[in-house]
Write a protein that binds this ligand. Sequence first.
Ligand SMILES: [Zn+2]
Length: 407
Amino acid sequence: MLGGDRSDSPPNTAKYTELEGETMTQHSTGLRSLMSPGRYVQGRGALTELGTHVARHGERPLLVADNQVRELTEEPIRTSFEAAGLPVLFETFGGVPSRVESERIAARLRDHGADVVVGVGGGAPIDTAKAAGDDLGVPRISVPTVASTDAPTSALSVVYTEAGAFESYRFYDRNPDVVVLDTELVAKAPTHFLIAGVGDALATWIEARAVSRGDGTTMIGDRATRAGTALAKLSWDILWESALPAVRAVEHNLVTPAVEAVAEANTLLSGLGFESGGLAAAHAIHDGLTAVPHTHALAHGQKVNIGSIAQLVLEGAPSSEIEEFIRFTARVGLPTTLTEAGLGDATEDVLRTVAEAATAPSETIHNLPFAVTVTDVVDALGAVEVLGQQARDEAGLPRAQAPISHG
Ligand SMILES: [Zn+2]
């Protein structure tokens, strides 16, 4: 269980030390831990080095990618694998990171006698490759071709139902052995991927901060180390500084220092920060949003942004902080209203379904240092719509209307 069901617990009354907006409890002496991938490699042309990294872990790799990603990456992968004396064998990813799909990939690994699995693409094929690799106990290598989630670095997969709803987290005893991120691919990919990654990575600090304020645990199950919490904060600082220039650069397929910084924040820092700093309400509300079909067209990071705003509301964050966050993420291009998430005219029943899933006993929302009910979440979602529209009006941004669809 991630946060455990603490709905009967009294509100946390720990004393805080305020340090430049950071808040850490002073008193806990419980176990703290941090996990990370074995090696992280990022930069322009990093894909040309992939063979060297894979060869350190096996001789018979299986690459998992959908056809579009394969077309984009096969040539440099083939060149680098041939230079490293590795065979090139692709398996086509089926599209949904479900239990059935990871079992199918595991069977292919077995058939081919593969001794290392390489997930290439977005979070879905990478999470599936991690699951299949764990089934067979072979090393896992992540090759994100977009900077849209922090899945490439973590020792867990998000498992979805065949219909695309959140099913569970699946935990592993180790992280991917290598992560190779080629920023030229990030720059050439459609900009909405980078934007979604910014939404996912901004939540990292909002959630790690909440965990550090209370007695919550990280995804590993222990307390957060100062390192885990600090990496989450570093991700946040980089994004406020560089997200807007990075989005502009990627719109023109350019690799700039801002793109490098945001790619690292979205992939490495957000990954370490969420896994070793802890999740709270933003991701639980994301999971809740997947329980209704209205939101299925949205990317992970887009739904997470709705969750971040809802968490700030639940925490009673200062209105200036909430408004600033909404205005910034709207400028980045993230959805900041229920309307954009496809829930503009959702009935209370629909919002209640979202809130019930978000507050399930195993959910990370119980890492908040106070108890949260289904009704609290329904009302926080209602407030997201009102505050989101108001902040857009005040910032002179167009009123939110049609859902943004970049599944
Ligand atoms: Zn996430």
